[in-house]
Ligand binder design. Sequence first.
Ligand SMILES: Cc1cc2nc3c(=O)[nH]c(=O)nc-3n(C[C@H](O)[C@H](O)[C@H](O)COP(=O)(O)OP(=O)(O)OC[C@H]3O[C@@H](n4cnc5c(N)ncnc54)[C@H](O)[C@@H]3O)c2cc1C
Length: 393
Amino acid sequence: MTSDPTVVVVGGGLAGLRTVEELRARGHQGAITLIGAEARPPYDRPPLSKKLMTGEIDDTSLRADLDSLDVDLRLCETATQLRHRILETDGGEYPFDALVVATGAVPVRLPGAGAQHVLRTIDEALALRTLLRPGTRLSIVGAGWIGAELATAARTRGCVVTVLEAAGQPLAAAIGEEIGVIVARWYAEAGVELRLGQKVASIEDGGIALAGGDWHAADVVVTAVGVRPAVAWLDTSPVRLENGIAVDGQLRTSMPGVFAAGDCASFWSARFGRRLRFEHWDVALHAPEVVAANVLGDSAPYDPVPYFWSEQFGRMVQYVGWHGDADQLIWRGDPRADKKWAACWLADRRLMAMLTVSSPRDLLQARRLIEAAADVDPARLADPAVAVRDCAV
Ligand SMILES: Cc1cc2nc3c(=O)[nH]c(=O)nc-3n(C[C@H](O)[C@H](O)[C@H](O)COP(=O)(O)OP(=O)(O)OC[C@H]3O[C@@H](n4cnc5c(N)ncnc54)[C@H](O)[C@@H]3O)c2cc1C
């Protein structure tokens, strides 16, 4: 590969745009093409379920000077096939020296012929927002992060909001039932009806058919039951897929010259000793630093301490790390009484992850301890009067 390879980036979201920016920031002078299926230039998604949905903002464009980036931007064009050093789209063929795949994720939809909204693109968000009027009966399927944020926004617009969740508690799959029990109270306080253990059979005109045969009437139904990596177009390619595009600890796929980053990529994490994929804004923001360096011939390692946030029911919820292998959950503060508290996951005294509620300082300090693979004193960590950074042993 020459020092100025021809680079094609597929996926016009945050990870795609950031890859272009990082390539240019590293002095890359070769041709860069950015191909995106959507009609709009890159924009941010987190505000779609927050300030855009409440009506505080209408535009979430990512501020980027596409002219000075000297990028050939191809909107409304969808990648369909990948061959040796050639990307095929529905608009043409793009030869490349290096390809970065950043196609993100697509929402899961439920069966049924009724109108079913999802929340991934700005156009979906704007269309949904026009329906959220005072008195509208909005039913959200899924009490995950997006479901909670949408419920929060819809209450501020005067909707009558019901959330149907198949599990026994909100966020149970993500952060466990103990925390879910606490979170369930936030729904009640906000005047949102949370119906747990509700398996949806299908979305029909005028409402939701439940698996047990019951009917739930609704004016507007939003399905918020998670996303899948947008990689179906690679099914027939040689690229190895494993919960998304399998990349190594340098974001390289199994196909020479092809890299992947963001929501679509599952990477090998030496830190956590397994393959992981995250759907976090912060991951899409920073992975391109590594991908760009490696496209340009470096061997930069990729092994982040993952981080995300969620704004729901007047609270700033933040999570850092990964608690999959943790064997102990410690409360820092009293989640039933305190406005600010945290849940800390330990594996054999090592801090693996922390979820904080309205405690950004704890979060930042936890991130440093997790980065340092620090062991902590559980008793001190449980005491909110002791700074998190002073809990390392
Ligand atoms: C409503 C909402 C709220 C969120 N809130 C938060 C939050 O509070 N905190 C947080 O950490 N994260 C949040 N996220 C997640 C965060 O936005 C994502 O992790 C981030 O957008 C991932 O960026 P990406 O570039 O990897 O993928 P995407 O943003 O999904 O971009 C991928 C792009 O690729 C395009 N594409 C897909 N397939 C093809 C193809 N075959 N050819 C061409 N183009 C293609 C897609 O159309 C899309 O434009 C939220 C997401 C949503 C939807």
